[in-house]
Design a protein around this ligand. Structure first.
Ligand code: TXA
Ligand code: MG
Length: 319
């Protein structure tokens, strides 16, 4: 299959919307990372997402819609959902709510769970695409399963060329980390830290959030310990590079690449996956990473780094 590279123009968006309507796969930019989109109502199209990514079928997908009212047609809405969605949508926050029985979604999207993860993305190209397509779009991050998420169209092509119908080139993703996933069960729970800092969510709710326990696998089925992995090995909390290492710095350090020389966590989040892709392409044996403060977006950055550094399945060790 030839993967078409579509420009961020009305023609490019029209072509992308047509591919979705025909059951094809289109990677598109969101403010967090590039998503790999398919019509969420089409079993065959959704199955192709799992095949292209090599993603285990028990790992459910996030559905993207253009508005709160479109979300309400798919899930059982609550007052807390209204509070959060009014303040943070469109934006880097995903809500997990009970799926409506008559949602019309392919059961593959939710991996047969009774809940659905849903969000309204802020990137204008994503919004235009969702409005034109006029239906729910299932979209995981547009990377092979277990690898670093893409923040440029080039990253998408590097991972999925020939496996997907098209990618819309919308430049860099502004936030650079996947959305924060909030489970709205009895108590609002952070299922995955992400591009919206949880203190902002707590301020909106006037309530502390529960944090997902990694011992509870059903809550966030995709939160495998080894994930976001570059080919190179990672060593975290490094003061400096040892021999055979390159240093991915943060703050005022001498480094091969720096996430934010000024120590700004928003800038570091936006640069994280791009810098890892760049250093990984240069194929050093090891990447050492400066300590990152564990506050605000630093929580999500450290979550991704820890997964990238985690021991991998045996089959993966040989690169
Ligand atoms: O920013 C993002 O969220 C990006 C962009 C493309 O929107 N998407 C993304 O999707 O990161 P993905 O598939 O890479 O990660 C989705 C995560 C997975 O860990 C999955 O297990 C979890 O969301 N998830 C999906 N549905 C769920 C549900 N019903 N309950 C709990 N977790 C769910
Ligand atoms: Mg992902």
């Amino acid at each position: 299959m030839q993967t078409a590279q579509l420009p961020a123009t009305p023609q490019g968006l029209a072509a992308a919307s047509k591919v979705l309507a025909q059951g094809g796969l289109v990677a598109f930019p969101t403010e967090t990372v590039y998503g790999l989109g398919a019509d969420a109502r089409n079993d065959h199209a959704v199955a192709r997402i799992f095949a292209a990514k090599g993603r285990p079928s028990f790992n459910p997908l996030i559905v993207h819609v253009s508005s709160i009212s479109a979300a309400k047609s798919l899930v059982m809405w609550t007052a807390v959902a209204t509070k959060l969605a009014t303040q943070f949508w469109p934006g880097p926050m995903t809500l997990v709510l009970p799926l409506k029985p008559d949602s019309g979604l392919s059961p593959l999207v939710t991996a047969n769970l009774p809940s659905l993860a849903i969000r309204v993305p802020a990137n204008p190209l994503a919004q235009d695409l969702l409005r034109q397509f006029d239906g729910p779009v299932a979209a995981p991050s547009a990377n092979p399963s277990g690898r670093i998420s893409p923040t440029t169209a080039r990253h998408v092509i590097r991972g999925l060329n020939g496996q997907i119908d098209a990618v819309i080139d919308g430049g860099n993703c502004a936030v650079g980390l996947e959305s924060t996933i909030i489970g709205l069960g009895e108590t609002p729970t952070v299922l995955r830290p992400g591009g919206l800092a949880s203190d902002a969510i707590e301020a909106c709710l006037g309530q502390r959030l529960t944090h997902h326990q990694s011992s509870d696998p059903l809550n966030a089925p995709g939160q495998m310990r080894s994930h976001y992995a570059p080919t190179a090995r990672l060593r975290l909390n490094a003061k400096s590079a040892r021999s055979g290492e390159v240093l991915l710095g943060f703050g005022a350090v001498t480094a091969d690449m720096n996430l934010s020389p000024d120590g700004d966590l928003v800038e570091a989040a936006a640069n994280l996956f791009g810098h890892l892709h760049t250093l990984d392409t240069a194929t050093p044996a090891r990447i050492a990473v400066s300590p990152i403060p564990n506050t605000g977006l630093g929580l999500a950055i450290n979550d991704r780094l820890q997964r990238a550094a985690a021991p991998r399945p045996e089959s993966d060790v040989a690169r």
